[in-house]
Design a protein around this ligand. Structure first.
Ligand SMILES: Cc1ncc(C[n+]2csc(CCOP(=O)(O)OP(=O)(O)O)c2C)c(N)n1
Ligand SMILES: [Mg+2]
Length: 268
Protein backbone atom coordinates (compact mmCIF):
# COMPACT_ATOMS: atom_id res chain seq x y z
CA UNK A 1 0.00 0.00 0.00
CA UNK A 2 1.20 3.47 -0.78
CA UNK A 3 0.59 6.74 1.01
CA UNK A 4 -1.24 9.64 -0.59
CA UNK A 5 0.25 10.51 -3.96
CA UNK A 6 -1.06 13.07 -6.33
CA UNK A 7 0.20 13.56 -9.84
CA UNK A 8 0.39 17.33 -9.69
CA UNK A 9 1.37 17.84 -6.05
CA UNK A 10 4.64 19.68 -5.67
CA UNK A 11 5.34 18.27 -2.23
CA UNK A 12 4.19 14.81 -1.22
CA UNK A 13 2.51 14.49 2.16
CA UNK A 14 5.19 12.00 3.20
CA UNK A 15 7.88 14.68 2.91
CA UNK A 16 5.75 17.34 4.46
CA UNK A 17 5.58 17.29 8.26
CA UNK A 18 2.19 19.05 8.38
CA UNK A 19 -0.77 17.02 7.20
CA UNK A 20 -4.33 18.31 6.80
CA UNK A 21 -5.51 15.69 9.29
CA UNK A 22 -3.27 17.29 11.94
CA UNK A 23 -5.94 19.98 12.21
CA UNK A 24 -8.63 17.44 13.19
CA UNK A 25 -7.54 17.54 16.82
CA UNK A 26 -8.34 14.93 19.45
CA UNK A 27 -12.13 15.18 19.10
CA UNK A 28 -11.97 14.94 15.30
CA UNK A 29 -9.73 11.88 15.52
CA UNK A 30 -12.03 10.29 18.09
CA UNK A 31 -15.03 10.86 15.79
CA UNK A 32 -13.16 9.06 13.03
CA UNK A 33 -12.29 6.15 15.30
CA UNK A 34 -15.89 5.94 16.52
CA UNK A 35 -17.19 5.78 12.94
CA UNK A 36 -14.67 3.09 11.97
CA UNK A 37 -15.67 1.00 15.00
CA UNK A 38 -19.39 1.60 14.44
CA UNK A 39 -19.20 0.36 10.86
CA UNK A 40 -17.19 -2.74 11.82
CA UNK A 41 -19.57 -3.65 14.67
CA UNK A 42 -22.63 -2.89 12.51
CA UNK A 43 -21.36 -5.17 9.76
CA UNK A 44 -20.54 -7.99 12.17
CA UNK A 45 -24.09 -7.82 13.58
CA UNK A 46 -25.39 -7.68 10.04
CA UNK A 47 -23.59 -10.94 9.15
CA UNK A 48 -24.96 -12.57 12.29
CA UNK A 49 -28.54 -11.46 11.60
CA UNK A 50 -28.28 -12.57 7.99
CA UNK A 51 -27.19 -16.03 9.10
CA UNK A 52 -30.18 -16.08 11.45
CA UNK A 53 -32.35 -15.35 8.36
CA UNK A 54 -33.54 -12.08 9.85
CA UNK A 55 -32.19 -10.21 6.81
CA UNK A 56 -33.10 -11.29 3.30
CA UNK A 57 -31.93 -10.49 -0.22
CA UNK A 58 -28.49 -9.39 -1.31
CA UNK A 59 -26.13 -8.11 1.32
CA UNK A 60 -22.53 -6.97 0.70
CA UNK A 61 -20.41 -6.23 3.76
CA UNK A 62 -17.95 -3.33 3.96
CA UNK A 63 -15.57 -4.95 6.47
CA UNK A 64 -11.99 -3.95 5.60
CA UNK A 65 -12.92 -0.90 3.54
CA UNK A 66 -14.05 1.34 6.44
CA UNK A 67 -11.13 3.73 5.99
CA UNK A 68 -12.33 4.72 2.53
CA UNK A 69 -15.84 5.85 3.48
CA UNK A 70 -14.83 7.33 6.83
CA UNK A 71 -11.71 9.15 5.60
CA UNK A 72 -13.23 10.47 2.41
CA UNK A 73 -16.54 11.59 3.93
CA UNK A 74 -14.70 13.31 6.79
CA UNK A 75 -12.77 15.24 4.12
CA UNK A 76 -16.02 16.45 2.56
CA UNK A 77 -18.64 18.83 3.90
CA UNK A 78 -21.87 17.44 5.36
CA UNK A 79 -23.94 18.89 2.51
CA UNK A 80 -21.77 17.49 -0.30
CA UNK A 81 -23.84 14.85 -2.10
CA UNK A 82 -22.53 11.29 -2.06
CA UNK A 83 -23.62 8.36 -4.18
CA UNK A 84 -22.32 4.82 -4.26
CA UNK A 85 -22.87 1.24 -5.34
CA UNK A 86 -24.53 -1.61 -3.46
CA UNK A 87 -21.79 -1.95 -0.77
CA UNK A 88 -23.27 1.09 0.89
CA UNK A 89 -23.71 0.56 4.65
CA UNK A 90 -20.41 2.23 5.54
CA UNK A 91 -21.10 5.38 3.54
CA UNK A 92 -24.51 5.84 5.16
CA UNK A 93 -23.11 5.37 8.67
CA UNK A 94 -20.11 7.62 7.97
CA UNK A 95 -22.60 10.26 6.79
CA UNK A 96 -24.26 10.10 10.17
CA UNK A 97 -27.23 7.84 9.50
CA UNK A 98 -28.42 6.35 12.80
CA UNK A 99 -27.57 2.63 12.85
CA UNK A 100 -31.15 1.79 13.90
CA UNK A 101 -32.44 3.48 10.77
CA UNK A 102 -29.96 1.43 8.70
CA UNK A 103 -30.62 -1.87 10.48
CA UNK A 104 -34.39 -1.38 10.18
CA UNK A 105 -33.91 -1.16 6.42
CA UNK A 106 -32.02 -4.45 6.41
CA UNK A 107 -34.86 -6.02 8.38
CA UNK A 108 -37.35 -4.77 5.76
CA UNK A 109 -39.14 -2.49 8.21
CA UNK A 110 -41.09 0.61 7.24
CA UNK A 111 -38.97 2.53 9.78
CA UNK A 112 -35.87 1.90 7.62
CA UNK A 113 -34.04 4.55 5.61
CA UNK A 114 -35.79 3.47 2.40
CA UNK A 115 -39.04 2.47 4.14
CA UNK A 116 -37.95 -1.16 4.09
CA UNK A 117 -38.40 -1.37 0.33
CA UNK A 118 -34.75 -1.01 -0.71
CA UNK A 119 -32.79 -3.32 1.57
CA UNK A 120 -29.03 -3.51 1.86
CA UNK A 121 -28.22 -2.24 -1.63
CA UNK A 122 -30.48 0.81 -1.57
CA UNK A 123 -29.74 2.96 1.46
CA UNK A 124 -30.93 6.53 0.89
CA UNK A 125 -30.99 9.55 3.19
CA UNK A 126 -31.81 12.76 1.40
CA UNK A 127 -31.50 14.84 4.58
CA UNK A 128 -27.87 13.69 4.78
CA UNK A 129 -27.31 14.10 1.04
CA UNK A 130 -26.82 10.35 0.61
CA UNK A 131 -28.25 9.42 -2.79
CA UNK A 132 -27.90 5.61 -2.63
CA UNK A 133 -27.18 2.65 -2.79
CA UNK A 134 -27.24 1.40 -6.49
CA UNK A 135 -27.21 -2.23 -7.57
CA UNK A 136 -26.31 -1.91 -11.25
CA UNK A 137 -22.52 -1.85 -11.53
CA UNK A 138 -21.56 1.65 -12.71
CA UNK A 139 -25.19 2.81 -12.67
CA UNK A 140 -24.46 5.44 -10.03
CA UNK A 141 -21.87 7.20 -12.24
CA UNK A 142 -24.26 9.05 -14.57
CA UNK A 143 -26.45 9.84 -11.55
CA UNK A 144 -23.41 11.30 -9.79
CA UNK A 145 -22.75 13.46 -12.85
CA UNK A 146 -26.37 14.62 -12.59
CA UNK A 147 -25.86 15.57 -8.94
CA UNK A 148 -22.70 17.48 -9.88
CA UNK A 149 -24.46 19.21 -12.77
CA UNK A 150 -27.22 20.32 -10.39
CA UNK A 151 -24.57 21.86 -8.12
CA UNK A 152 -23.04 23.78 -11.00
CA UNK A 153 -26.46 24.80 -12.42
CA UNK A 154 -27.57 26.19 -9.06
CA UNK A 155 -24.25 27.95 -8.49
CA UNK A 156 -23.58 26.06 -5.23
CA UNK A 157 -20.14 25.35 -3.82
CA UNK A 158 -20.72 21.67 -3.09
CA UNK A 159 -18.68 18.75 -4.40
CA UNK A 160 -20.21 15.38 -5.28
CA UNK A 161 -18.37 12.18 -4.35
CA UNK A 162 -19.30 9.30 -6.63
CA UNK A 163 -17.99 5.95 -5.35
CA UNK A 164 -17.55 2.91 -7.55
CA UNK A 165 -15.91 -0.48 -7.37
CA UNK A 166 -12.98 -1.42 -9.56
CA UNK A 167 -15.40 -3.64 -11.49
CA UNK A 168 -17.24 -0.54 -12.71
CA UNK A 169 -14.12 0.76 -14.49
CA UNK A 170 -15.04 -1.20 -17.58
CA UNK A 171 -18.67 -0.14 -17.81
CA UNK A 172 -19.64 2.22 -20.62
CA UNK A 173 -21.61 4.38 -18.19
CA UNK A 174 -18.42 5.09 -16.23
CA UNK A 175 -16.56 6.37 -19.30
CA UNK A 176 -19.50 8.45 -20.49
CA UNK A 177 -19.68 9.97 -17.02
CA UNK A 178 -15.96 10.75 -16.87
CA UNK A 179 -16.16 12.39 -20.29
CA UNK A 180 -19.17 14.52 -19.45
CA UNK A 181 -17.77 15.56 -16.07
CA UNK A 182 -14.54 16.63 -17.79
CA UNK A 183 -16.04 18.59 -20.68
CA UNK A 184 -18.48 20.40 -18.38
CA UNK A 185 -15.89 20.83 -15.63
CA UNK A 186 -18.30 19.48 -13.01
CA UNK A 187 -17.59 19.48 -9.23
CA UNK A 188 -17.27 15.73 -8.81
CA UNK A 189 -14.76 13.25 -7.41
CA UNK A 190 -14.95 9.73 -8.85
CA UNK A 191 -13.74 7.41 -6.11
CA UNK A 192 -12.65 3.93 -7.10
CA UNK A 193 -12.81 1.66 -4.08
CA UNK A 194 -10.14 -0.55 -5.53
CA UNK A 195 -10.37 -3.75 -3.47
CA UNK A 196 -8.71 -5.70 -6.27
CA UNK A 197 -11.67 -7.93 -7.07
CA UNK A 198 -14.98 -7.87 -8.91
CA UNK A 199 -16.77 -10.76 -7.27
CA UNK A 200 -13.93 -13.34 -7.66
CA UNK A 201 -12.13 -11.83 -10.63
CA UNK A 202 -8.81 -10.12 -9.96
CA UNK A 203 -8.58 -6.62 -11.39
CA UNK A 204 -5.60 -7.53 -13.61
CA UNK A 205 -7.71 -10.16 -15.38
CA UNK A 206 -10.50 -7.76 -16.28
CA UNK A 207 -9.05 -4.26 -16.49
CA UNK A 208 -6.35 -2.88 -18.76
CA UNK A 209 -3.56 -0.92 -17.04
CA UNK A 210 -4.77 -2.25 -13.69
CA UNK A 211 -1.52 -1.32 -11.97
CA UNK A 212 -1.70 2.30 -13.07
CA UNK A 213 -5.25 3.66 -13.04
CA UNK A 214 -3.92 7.19 -13.57
CA UNK A 215 -4.26 6.50 -17.29
CA UNK A 216 -8.05 6.35 -16.89
CA UNK A 217 -8.01 9.92 -15.57
CA UNK A 218 -5.45 11.06 -18.13
CA UNK A 219 -7.72 9.85 -20.95
CA UNK A 220 -10.18 12.56 -19.90
CA UNK A 221 -7.65 15.18 -18.83
CA UNK A 222 -8.83 14.76 -15.27
CA UNK A 223 -6.96 15.33 -12.03
CA UNK A 224 -5.74 12.06 -10.52
CA UNK A 225 -4.84 10.96 -7.00
CA UNK A 226 -3.96 7.61 -5.49
CA UNK A 227 -4.44 6.99 -1.81
CA UNK A 228 -3.99 4.20 0.67
CA UNK A 229 -7.60 3.41 1.54
CA UNK A 230 -6.43 1.28 4.47
CA UNK A 231 -5.09 4.46 6.09
CA UNK A 232 -8.07 6.56 7.15
CA UNK A 233 -6.01 9.71 7.74
CA UNK A 234 -4.18 9.47 4.40
CA UNK A 235 -7.63 9.11 2.81
CA UNK A 236 -8.88 12.15 4.72
CA UNK A 237 -5.86 14.18 3.57
CA UNK A 238 -6.44 13.17 -0.02
CA UNK A 239 -10.15 14.06 -0.09
CA UNK A 240 -9.87 17.24 1.93
CA UNK A 241 -7.26 18.51 -0.53
CA UNK A 242 -9.30 17.53 -3.58
CA UNK A 243 -12.64 18.84 -2.31
CA UNK A 244 -11.05 22.11 -1.21
CA UNK A 245 -9.27 22.34 -4.57
CA UNK A 246 -12.50 21.89 -6.55
CA UNK A 247 -14.39 24.32 -4.30
CA UNK A 248 -11.67 26.95 -4.71
CA UNK A 249 -11.67 26.47 -8.50
CA UNK A 250 -8.05 25.31 -8.45
CA UNK A 251 -8.90 22.31 -10.60
CA UNK A 252 -11.86 20.50 -12.12
CA UNK A 253 -13.24 17.03 -11.47
CA UNK A 254 -10.99 14.37 -10.00
CA UNK A 255 -10.51 10.63 -10.11
CA UNK A 256 -9.09 8.78 -7.09
CA UNK A 257 -7.69 5.26 -6.92
CA UNK A 258 -8.36 4.28 -3.29
CA UNK A 259 -6.44 1.10 -2.68
CA UNK A 260 -8.29 -1.10 -0.23
CA UNK A 261 -9.32 -4.66 0.54
CA UNK A 262 -12.46 -6.42 1.69
CA UNK A 263 -11.87 -9.09 4.28
CA UNK A 264 -15.12 -10.97 3.63
CA UNK A 265 -16.49 -12.59 0.50
CA UNK A 266 -18.25 -10.65 -2.23
CA UNK A 267 -21.63 -10.98 -0.54
CA UNK A 268 -23.45 -12.91 2.15
C1 LIG B 1 -24.34 -4.11 -14.99
C2 LIG B 1 -24.11 -5.22 -14.00
N1 LIG B 1 -23.42 -6.32 -14.40
C3 LIG B 1 -23.20 -7.31 -13.51
C4 LIG B 1 -23.69 -7.24 -12.23
C5 LIG B 1 -23.38 -8.37 -11.24
N2 LIG B 1 -22.39 -7.92 -10.27
C6 LIG B 1 -22.76 -7.50 -9.06
S1 LIG B 1 -21.47 -7.01 -8.17
C7 LIG B 1 -20.37 -7.35 -9.37
C8 LIG B 1 -18.89 -7.11 -9.16
C9 LIG B 1 -18.54 -5.66 -9.03
O1 LIG B 1 -17.26 -5.52 -8.46
P1 LIG B 1 -16.68 -4.13 -8.02
O2 LIG B 1 -17.23 -3.06 -8.88
O3 LIG B 1 -15.21 -4.25 -7.96
O4 LIG B 1 -17.28 -3.88 -6.56
P2 LIG B 1 -16.99 -4.65 -5.18
O5 LIG B 1 -18.01 -5.75 -5.09
O6 LIG B 1 -15.60 -5.15 -5.22
O7 LIG B 1 -17.22 -3.64 -4.12
C10 LIG B 1 -21.03 -7.86 -10.48
C11 LIG B 1 -20.37 -8.28 -11.71
C12 LIG B 1 -24.40 -6.07 -11.86
N3 LIG B 1 -24.87 -5.90 -10.63
N4 LIG B 1 -24.57 -5.07 -12.76
MG1 LIG C 1 -13.98 -4.54 -6.34
Amino acid sequence: MQGFQESTMAVSSENNAARLSDALGASGLLDILRQMMLIRRFEERCAQSYQQAKIGGFCHLYIGQEGVAVGSIAGLRGDDPIITAYRDHGHALARGMHPNYAMAELFGKVTGCSKGKGGSMHFFDKTRHMYGGHAIVGGQCPLGVGLAFAIQYKGEDKVCACYLGDGALNQGAFHESMNMAAIWNLPIIFVVENNGYSMGTHIARGTSMADDLSVKAAAYGMKFARCDGMDVLATYDCFKALADGIRAGKHGPAFVDCQTYRYKGHSM
